[in-house]
Design a binder for this molecule. Structure first.
Ligand SMILES: Cc1ncc(COP(=O)(O)O)c(C=O)c1O
Length: 394
């Protein structure tokens, strides 16, 4: 653990050594909830000591400074403007606050997909009803999706958008299937669709990006969406209980805060940051989460995550008792892999792997699949061990 942020890029064993994960297990579910790397743990402890000693003075005197440091680190990582970032406690909080306060008028429509997380679907449906607008869900691809095409997804989506569509809610990487959407291409086509329409009628593209953040080497400008919502306590390995909402400055005009901010300094992001006192030691330590990623390097994180998951998918694809639901192409997948084992339910697969000290999950969607996911914490050898274990489930 000699390296510190700012020094030369670390090797993967050094990256893994930053975590206190139980080494007797193979963790193929790290995306669900982060283990804290060393620099995050140290920062949390430092802030905790300060808060325990002087809670009121720390909050009154230091809150703006520490929050600004988090926003700076987030902005550098996202290549965005710190003024456009709101801080939240989770993806779910960000999604619910965004959709609760978003501009949606009678007669307009909110469009989501059946692949989205239930918080998006439930909150947006409720918001539409409340606004006198309508809510619709579409499917972007069928069950058999090994040969999924980005072009087909874009065409199907654009065919569903109408003059009434005001909100388009999408999930970058589906936790139900592992499919990754071509957000940039969709944003490009929406820009054409929106051209010439009054600003308050344009389609706002809102993305749940949690399973792309900390995986893909992209910036907010690359994605081209209007709002990007994510937790920072999954792939990013930031403190548990942290998240963000980024919005284009013009788009923020159409999202009013649900919980009034305590730290509004006149920027859209600060106004959109829900007020109240927080678990500050976690929130302020988030700066270290972003620095940790940049220490390793965004491009290296993306390449490693894809390489490990490609190895896993290649192995699964070669097993006759396994059906792989996630496409193998990196353009349409990221770090989540969904599959079935013939003759076993997803919870049974999870249980059998757990008996071999391998952490997998079953998706909380219909249909449910077994799910494994390699992250920068895993090694090729662990992937091969997991594949051997899955092979024995025949
Ligand atoms: C696509 C997606 N969005 C949101 C969430 C919830 O994230 P959070 O725990 O940050 O609220 C999950 C899973 O936990 C998810 O799979």
């Amino acid at each position: 653990m000699a390296e510190k942020v700012g020094q030369t890029a670390p090797g993967w064993a050094t990256v893994r050594a930053q975590f206190r994960l139980d080494p007797d297990w193979i963790h193929l579910g790290a995306f669900l909830l982060a283990s804290h790397p060393r620099t995050v743990r140290v920062a949390i402890e430092r802030f905790r000591r300060r808060l325990d000693a002087m809670p009121v003075r720390t909050v009154h005197d230091e809150w703006p400074r520490y929050e600004a440091a988090v926003l700076r680190a987030a902005a550098e990582y996202l290549r965005a403007d710190a003024a456009d970032i709101a801080l939240t406690d989770s993806t779910s909080m960000g999604l619910a606050l965004l959709y609760n306060g978003i501009d949606l008028r009678p007669g307009q429509e909110a469009l989501a997909t059946r692949h989205d997380f239930f918080v998006t679907r439930d909150r947006l449906r409720a918001r539409a009803i409340q606004a006198g607008a309508s809510y619709r869900e579409i499917s972007l691809y069928e069950e058999q999706r090994e040969q999924i095409s980005e072009e087909a997804i874009v065409e199907r989506l654009l065919a569903a958008v109408t003059e009434r569509t005001r909100i388009l809610a999408l999930t970058w990487v589906h936790s139900s299937t592992g499919v990754k959407l071509p957000i940039r291409a969709i944003a490009g086509r929406l820009r054409e669709f929106n051209a010439g329409r009054a600003e308050r009628d344009r389609v706002l593209l809102c993305v749940d990006g949690v399973h792309g953040l900390g995986v893909e080497d992209v910036t907010m400008a690359d994605l081209g969406c209007d709002f990007f919502v994510a937790g920072c306590h999954k792939w990013l390995f930031g403190p548990r209980g942290t998240g963000l909402v980024w919005g284009r400055p013009e788009a923020w005009r159409y999202a009013s805060p649900t919980i009034p901010s305590f730290t509004d300094v006149g920027t859209p992001g600060s106004a959109g940051t829900p007020g109240g006192y927080h678990s500050f030691e976690h929130r302020w330590a988030l700066a270290e989460g972003f620095k940790f990623q940049r220490w390793i390097g965004k491009a290296r994180v993306a390449a490693r995550t894809h390489a490990l998951n490609s190895r896993l998918k290649a192995g699964l694809a070669g097993m006759s008792h396994v059906k792989l639901y996630t496409p193998r192409a990196e353009r349409v997948s990221a770090g989540i892999i969904c599959f079935d084992v013939r003759g076993l339910t997803p919870p049974e697969v999870v249980e059998r792997l757990r008996a071999k000290r391998i952490i997998a999950t079953a998706t909380p969607y219909v249909p449910s699949y077994a799910r494994v996911s390699a992250s920068i914490l895993n090694t090729p050898a662990e992937i091969d061990t997991a594949l051997r274990a899955i092979r024995t489930l025949a």
